[in-house]
Design a protein. Structure first.
Length: 412
C-alpha cells in the first residue's frame, strides 16, 4: 500500500512529544508499505537532522518556514474567523509539493497527524483519509485561557473557540478520526461530526528507557520536559514557589533538576533558588532520571499522554504527578505512580518516596511493568492497523478489493 503521511512537525529525531507519536507510526507502517512523509521544518539545523527519517520511510518532503513570517501570518488571522495556530504550520512550498504528489502518483491512503496539518489535504477526494488529532488542541487553548491574565486570556479563549469550530469542520472532511487517549477521544466525539472515530495510545521505548544498575541519589528529584512549553513552565514555577520550600524545610539537602530544552529566562532564574539546577538542552535525559529518586510532574495543564511520565516509569523512576496528567496514562494511582494535586499533597508524596527506599523500589518495579504491559508501541501499532483496516473497509467498493490486497502484509 502507498501512504502519504502528513504531520505538523518534522518527525525526526523523535525527541519531543509532537514528533514521537508520528515517528513511531511512520516506522511501523514503513515495514510493509511505501510511506511518503511530508512536513515543515523551521531551521537549517532541523532540516539537517530531519534527513535521518530516510532510514524509516520511502521518501520525504520538507517545507521550509521561518518563524518571523509565520508569526506575521498568525497576527493577520487574529481579526478573522480562521485559527491563527493553523497559519503557524502552513508552508506554501509544502502545499504545492503535496498537490504535485497527489496529481502525479496514486495513493491508497492519506494519514494526517494533528489538525494543523489537515489543511494540506482537506479537499482531497477519492482516497481514504484518516486524521489523527492526537490531542484536541482547541481544548488546550481553552485551558490556557484559565491561567493567563486579561487580555491574553481573551485571546486564548477566542483561539480555542475558533479552533474547536475548525476541528469540527476538518473532521467532517475525513473518513475516520482518531485521538491519543480515551479522554481525548471523548472530546473528539463531543464535536458531533458524525464521522467514525477511535483512539490508540502512545507507547514508550522501554528498551531505551530501561532501569539503571547504578545507585540513585535519595536527595535528588527531577522534572523532565521542554522548558519553552507553557504547561511545563507553569508546573515548575508553581512547584518551586509552593512545594519545594515545604520539601527543603523537612529535607534541607533535597535538590531539584529541571531538565529540558530551551528554558526561558524566567525558568533559568529558578536556579537562583537553593537546590535548583536548570540544565537546558542535554544530549540524553536518562542519566538525570537514573540519578533521581523520582520524577515530579504535578502539571495543572495537561492534554493527552505525557511522554515524560511514560519514559520515567519505563526507566524505573517513580512518578509523582497530578490527577489531570495521570489521566493520560494507563496506570493506577498508588499501585504504579502517585497522584497529588495540592502543594501539600505533592510534598507528602515526594517525601514518602525519598524517605522510604522499599516503597520507591516497589513503585519503580510496578511502574516499569505497567509500561511494558500497557504502553508498548507494538500493541499500540497493532491497534492502529485495525483502525486503518476499518477505514479501508469503508472505502468505495470499486477500490476495496485492491486496497485489501495491498493491506494484507500488515494484517498478518
Amino acid at each position: 500500500m502507498k501512504i502519504l503521511y502528513v504531520c505538523h512537525r518534522f518527525p525526526f529525531p523523535p525527541k519531543r512529544g509532537g514528533k514521537i507519536r508520528p515517528f513511531n507510526m511512520i516506522r511501523h507502517l514503513s515495514r510493509h508499505h511505501e510511506v511518503i512523509v511530508a512536513s515543515v521544518v523551521r531551521s537549517d539545523e532541523e532540516a539537517a537532522l530531519g534527513n535521518g527519517i530516510a532510514a524509516h520511510c520511502a521518501r520525504y518532503e520538507m517545507g521550509r518556514v521561518y518563524d518571523s513570517i509565520q508569526a506575521l501570518k498568525m497576527i493577520a488571522r487574529l481579526p478573522t474567523s480562521s485559527p491563527s495556530s493553523l497559519a503557524y504550520f502552513h508552508s506554501p512550498s509544502l502545499a504545492r509539493r503535496i498537490r504535485e504528489l497527489l496529481s502525479s502518483e496514486r495513493f491508497d491512503l492519506i494519514f494526517v497527524h494533528c489538525s494543523s496539518a489537515a489543511q494540506y489535504v482537506e479537499h482531497v477526494q477519492g482516497i481514504p483519509k484518516i486524521l489523527d488529532f492526537g490531542d484536541m488542541d482547541s481544548q488546550k487553548w481553552l485551558e490556557y485561557s484559565r491561567y493567563k491574565a486579561f487580555p491574553l486570556s481573551l485571546g486564548y479563549r477566542l483561539e480555542g473557540w475558533k479552533l474547536e469550530r475548525e476541528e469540527r469542520r476538518l473532521a467532517s472532511r475525513f473518513d475516520l478520526c482518531t485521538a491519543t487517549t480515551r479522554a481525548e477521544w471523548e472530546a473528539l466525539q463531543a464535536l458531533g461530526t458524525g464521522v467514525a472515530t477511535d483512539w490508540f495510545p502512545n507507547g514508550v521505548d522501554s528498551d531505551y528507557f530501561s532501569p539503571s544498575a547504578e545507585a540513585y541519589d535519595p536527595d535528588t528529584i527531577a522534572f523532565v520536559g521542554r522548558m519553552d512549553y507553557y504547561p511545563n513552565q507553569k508546573c515548575m514555577f508553581d512547584f518551586c514557589a509552593q512545594t519545594l520550600p515545604r520539601l527543603r524545610a523537612r529535607r534541607p539537602a533535597l535538590k531539584l533538576l529541571i531538565v529540558g530544552a530551551d528554558p526561558s529566562p524566567a525558568v533559568r532564574n529558578l536556579q537562583s533558588l537553593p537546590g535548583v539546577t536548570v540544565t537546558g538542552s542535554v544530549p540524553d535525559v536518562r542519566p538525570y532520571l537514573w540519578r533521581s529518586a523520582l520524577m515530579v510532574a504535578p502539571l495543572a495543564i495537561a492534554r493527552g499522554t505525557q511522554n515524560k511520565i511514560l519514559e520515567s516509569m519505563a526507566a524505573g523512576v517513580p512518578v509523582v504527578t497530578s490527577g489531570i496528567a495521570a489521566g493520560g496514562v494507563d496506570a493506577l494511582p498508588e499501585k504504579h505512580l502517585l497522584v497529588a494535586d495540592t502543594p501539600e499533597q505533592v510534598a507528602e508524596a515526594v517525601l514518602r518516596i525519598v524517605d522510604n527506599p522499599a516503597d520507591r523500589s516497589r513503585l519503580a518495579a510496578a511502574g516499569r511493568a505497567r509500561m511494558l504491559s500497557h504502553h508498548d508501541w507494538t500493541q499500540s501499532m497493532h491497534r492502529l492497523d485495525k483502525i486503518i483496516e476499518k477505514c479501508l473497509g469503508a472505502a468505495r467498493p470499486s477500490r476495496r478489493a485492491a486496497i485489501a490486497d495491498n493491506m494484507a502484509p500488515s494484517c498478518q
